[in-house]
Design a protein. Structure first.
Length: 457
């Protein structure tokens, strides 16, 4: 349902892909990147219309390959009955609804380029609910993209949107910062009240808990639900500023917010059955940037710009320390060695964008033992490749995506003793160069990032 946007889970999911090395330069594929659908606001009560922008980009797979300049073809015949198109300077119209747009080449190391920025506006006599397709094709040199299309539907209602706040780097723990965004209404009807959902990650703290908001603290930060009473009419823009304290344990922080037209149902769904505590500070208000008036509406036309997230990185460090374990047993026994990742701070560590583990450790079975994996656990094996020959299997275990300062996470490594080898041991170490979350970048002491598992030592 639409309102579930406000209750979105903070932690993202990381998708892992296994590659087979560089793609040959001759092997490449061109793609057209554009929204698959959009809602175009119908004319307002005064007959006025607002413009919707469609950004078309061209991408390709093999960044080792340079792609020459190319041409994008746009066919908007499918929406001619209810909308008009504004063509950018790089497009040569063949008619009011067809054009060819030249786009720049992509040097090696570049994966995309802007091809066109199309403006769409409903015709004054357009029928509500009309829909049609805008179709695109593209070629560059010997490369041809698969044709794609955007479904454009005419809608009647408000359309709240948030601008993207700027990324912040090198914040100093113990200082204050602000996240600034603009709330606008791109629809054809006004919003009487706005429901704002905000989430500040664990290393950030709201400077004030506003009385028109309710708050919930959780393991990865604090969420807030706010009811903003300022009406937002079509074409209006309001500034929304969130004042934050950068805590001493801040490192890789994230600030999320989203907006919807207010309703009792939307608020209840956003609460998600959780307990929220009301704030007691001054009210959080929208500050007008422009002003118009129109009749109020209900459902938001297009949710694609209602949610934004921004990363705020602090200048801080976290010392991860690995400890191993000693076990004893006879041949045929299965014993459990405990390996623990400790975060000695001062910062907490979280991968709130990529959703990567704070730490992944690797090891091999001590001599005379076999690792017994739990199929539902956080560890897995990687058998040697054919090129490695008789090399031993390597095992990996991963922590959760966050670890508070002073916290630890333990792995239980089960070993079957096939043969008693006195003092059998193996080294367990963290992978320090994971591109999604590099330990080397935040950990000042890598010397304590390895430990041993000892069997019958």
């Amino acid at each position: 349902m639409k309102h579930r946007l406000l209750g979105a889970t903070l932690a993202g999911c990381a998708l892992a892909a296994v590659g087979a090395g560089p793609v040959p330069a001759a092997s490449d594929q061109l793609w057209i990147s554009v929204p698959s659908e959009t809602v175009l606001p119908a004319p307002g009560a005064d007959g006025g219309t607002s413009q919707r922008t469609l950004e078309v980009r061209v991408t390709h797979d093999n960044t080792e390959n340079a792609v020459p300049a190319g041409r994008l073809t746009v066919d908007a015949t499918g929406i001619a009955a209810f909308a008009q198109v504004s063509w950018p300077a790089n497009c040569v119209p063949e008619s009011a609804v067809k054009a060819a747009c030249d786009f720049a080449g992509m040097p090696a190391g570049t994966d995309s380029v802007g091809a066109a920025l199309l403006g769409l506006r409903a015709l004054p006599d357009a029928d509500l609910g009309a829909s049609g397709q805008v179709r695109y094709s593209a070629d560059a040199g010997e490369l041809t993209a698969y044709p794609v299309e955007t479904l454009v539907t005419l809608g009647d209602g408000p359309d709240l949107g948030l601008s993207q706040a700027a990324v912040q780097r090198d914040l100093r723990p113990g200082t204050d910062t602000r996240v600034r965004a603009t709330v606008g209404n791109n629809g054809n009807r006004a919003v009487a009240r706005t429901l704002l959902w905000v989430n500040a990650s664990y290393g950030l703290r709201f400077k004030e808990r506003n009385s028109n908001c309710e708050y919930r603290d959780h393991a990865t930060g604090t969420s807030a639900l706010c009811v903003l009473d300022e009406a937002v009419a079509p074409g209006e823009r309001y500034e929304l500023t969130s004042a934050l304290r950068v805590r001493r344990d801040a490192l890789y922080e994230r600030f999320d917010h989203s907006v919807l037209p207010y309703s009792d149902k939307a608020l209840e769904e956003a609460r998600g059955g959780q307990t929220w505590a009301p704030g007691t500070g001054p009210e959080l208000d929208l500050r007008p940037v422009a002003a118009r008036r129109a009749a109020a509406g209900d459902e938001d036309l297009d949710l694609s710009d209602n949610y934004r997230a921004v990363m705020l990185d602090a200048r801080n460090s976290a010392d991860l320390k690995l400890t191993g374990g000693k076990v004893r047993g006879a041949a045929g026994d299965t014993v459990t060695a405990r390996v623990t990742v400790h975060n000695r701070g001062p910062a907490w560590v979280a991968s709130l964008g990529a959703g990567a583990a704070v730490a992944t450790v690797r090891f091999q079975a001590p001599q005379g033992t076999t690792v017994v994996l739990d199929p539902d656990g956080d560890c897995w094996d990687q058998p040697p490749s054919e090129e490695e020959g008789p090399a031993a299997t390597t095992y990996f275990c991963r922590t959760p995506i966050y670890l508070h300062d002073g916290a630890s996470h333990a792995f239980d490594v089960r070993l079957r003793i096939d043969e008693v080898v006195r003092g059998a041991r193996t080294t367990v170490e963290t992978l320090n160069d994971d591109p999604e979350l590099s330990i080397r970048k935040f950990d000042p002491n890598l010397r304590n990032n390895s430990a041993r598992i000892v069997v019958n030592g």
